[in-house]
Design a protein around this ligand. Structure first.
Ligand SMILES: C[S@@+](CC[C@H](N)C(=O)[O-])C[C@H]1O[C@@H](n2cnc3c(N)ncnc32)[C@H](O)[C@@H]1O
Length: 426
């Protein structure tokens, strides 16, 4: 019995080989070093525009189903818009695959990918955008004609070789020499095992197979378990309901389940808006609580009196952020240079800048240093950045006196455009 699959985020993976794959699939943003140039960005925009158009299309196609049947479609006359939403790989997955291919392209001499299951050809177009040599197989004639029409619209028909026929027939005629095979069709456990057995001999050294929908049915689940038992596939990785198979003599046996962490830009922007609103509400609530506390003791009837500000209420503020980078904890404390001009308490201010220059080993260390120097945490909020979760802390310290600062009147203050303010407030 093989070892159990271990659930990991891409950041926790030790094997450099799998770490590289995982960060391109799930890392997102700045952890991905691939040449996504303007040509690729333009092509992705075209593919996604076509996806939108097809998702509103009123076209139907008569399909010949060679797969394990559908859990959704009741007959063979199928609306294009439903195929788009149910059958095709989603944008995230296709985009991640393209990023991985772009990364591998810089590392390997041979770059040949076979997609088994073309459907409308949108994922094929992503694969072709990576610059790999792409071949795709589709059993249904009407479907492959529709895919060809789509590639014409996208201008990538020259870079895709498409064969129409049953997988089993085409496999028997094929010479192999594949670096990656994406098996995305005929989701039947036994058929999958048979295809993989043939594909084993058709992969180039260091080649990989990606099987879609390994959890789709009991049969597919059983097939995956059997593949995990096969000593040939000593490295495997489950990813978003798909399974990667690798035969790597240079690596020890390992079976991972890669956790989902990549956030698409659109979702990220929505989440960012939400966290900003959440942070504003938190700060408003905390300032209201502080105002209540600072009301005079006699004010028991809740009269709308303004709070009395004593000298103890003068505070200076800063910001602390904490996040993980390559598995290491990073803590940063920062203060705006305006502190130099508002603070009469020079000692407190110079200590603040000293505190911000330290490389902290952990969040606990930073909090202890802050606390021992008289700093408090006033508010905490979390944002989900492309690089992962970032914790933000609003920190403050009481000081004896402050000099008022008016940046809008101050001639030394730079405006947003990099020039000096004209001295008047708009
Ligand atoms: C899930 S779709 C492929 C989706 C496509 N890769 C994408 O993401 O855009 C599977 C396709 O494989 C085809 N297919 C299924 N079993 C097949 C078989 N045994 N031989 C040939 N084609 C098959 C189906 O007709 C269907 O169009």
């Amino acid at each position: 019995m093989k070892q159990k699959e271990i659930n990991k985020s891409w950041r926790q993976i030790h094997s450099p080989f799998l770490f590289d794959i995982a960060r391109h699939l799930e890392g997102g943003g700045k952890y991905v070093e691939v040449g996504v140039n303007s040509e690729i960005i333009e092509q992705v925009a075209k593919i996604e525009h076509l996806r939108q158009t097809l998702s509103r299309s009123s076209d139907y196609i008569e399909v010949e189903d060679f797969g394990a049947g559908s859990k959704v479609f009741k007959n063979n006359l199928r609306p294009i818009k439903k195929i788009v939403s149910i059958v095709l790989q989603q944008k995230n997955v296709a985009f991640s695959l393209m990023r991985l291919l772009l990364f591998w392209k810089s590392k390997r001499s041979s770059c040949r990918i076979l997609e088994m299951g073309t459907s409308l050809g949108l994922t094929t177009a992503y694969l072709a955008a990576s610059g790999w040599e792409v071949e795709t197989w589709e059993g249904c004639r009407n479907t492959s004609s529709y895919a060809r029409r789509n590639w014409k619209i996208l201008g990538c028909e020259e870079s895709i070789k498409c064969k129409t026929g049953k997988f089993e027939t085409l496999l028997n005629q094929d010479k192999g020499g594949w670096d990656v095979v994406f098996l995305d069709g005929h989701h039947d456990g036994l058929a999958t095992l048979e295809y993989i057995e043939i594909l084993k001999t058709m992969l180039n050294k260091g080649g990989a197979i990606l099987i879609d929908d390994i959890d789709w049915s009991e049969g597919m689940k059983a097939a995956w378990i059997e593949l995990l038992e096969d000593a040939h596939w000593n490295v495997t990785m489950k990813w978003r309901g798909k399974g990667w198979l690798f035969n790597r003599v240079e690596d020890f046996e390992q079976h991972l389940k890669l956790r989902k962490s990549y956030i698409p830009l659109s979702k990220f922007n929505k989440m960012k808006r939400f966290t900003i609103v959440f942070a504003a509400v938190t700060m408003l609530m905390s300032s209201q609580v502080q105002a209540q506390i600072s009301k005079s003791e006699n004010n028991t009837k809740g009269k709308a009196e303004s709070s009395v500000i004593t000298s103890e209420d003068f505070k200076i503020y800063g910001e602390m952020t904490a996040f993980e980078l390559n598995g290491k904890s990073v803590v940063k404390i920062s203060f705006d240079p305006i502190l130099n001009r508002i603070g009469a308490d020079k000692k407190a201010i110079s200590t603040a800048y000293e505190i911000s220059n330290v490389a902290y080993a952990s969040l606990g260390q930073a909090l202890n240093v802050l606390s021992s120097n008289g700093w408090y945490v006033d508010a905490v909020w979390t944002t989900l950045e492309r690089s992962g979760t970032v914790q933000h802390f609003l920190i403050s310290k009481k000081v004896s006196k402050l000099s008022p600062a008016s940046p809008w009147l101050d001639k030394n203050t730079h405006n947003k455009n990099g020039g000096k303010e004209n001295g008047s407030r708009k």
